[in-house]
Design a binder for this molecule. Structure first.
Ligand SMILES: [Zn+2]
Length: 131
């Protein structure tokens, strides 16, 4: 797999959906959505990832792989303003509301994932101006 590539994996066990997300390392990380909670509203709180960044935070915070899945795979099925607002809140929450750090993070994401450059550039601009 190439850096930034997403590959849908089949459901297994309690996971309804799984994706392999290739970062800069050798092996891709696996993003999952649990099966029993996928009905109804968007399952934003039942995501998981195999990366260390996701595992080290409790309460859980979206890592960049989960954000990538939300934006590239799931976002088209959600109303745009909702996903935009949720993503911005998630990014801000990740840095305890520190806008400057959030902007730096968005800039990093735009560099790491060229396919998401426009989205993250937009997020950075909104964060700089205020939600
Ligand atoms: Zn991750």
């Amino acid at each position: 797999m190439n850096v930034g590539e997403i590959q849908e994996l089949g459901p297994i066990g309690c996971y309804a959906r799984r994706w392999a997300v290739q970062g800069r390392g050798c092996n891709p990380y696996t993003v999952t959505i649990k099966k029993n909670l996928i009905k109804g509203e968007p399952p934003y709180d039942v995501f998981g990832c195999s990366c260390p960044d996701w595992a080290k935070h409790y309460p859980r915070q979206d890592c960049k792989h989960i954000m990538k899945i939300k934006l590239e795979v799931l976002a088209p099925t959600q109303p745009a303003p909702t996903i935009m607002t949720l993503t911005l809140c998630a990014i801000l929450g990740r840095f305890d509301g520190d806008r400057q750090k959030a902007v730096v993070y968005c800039a990093g994401m735009a560099m790491d994932y060229p396919s998401l450059r426009e989205e993250y550039t937009a997020y950075a601009l909104i964060l700089m101006e205020g939600l």
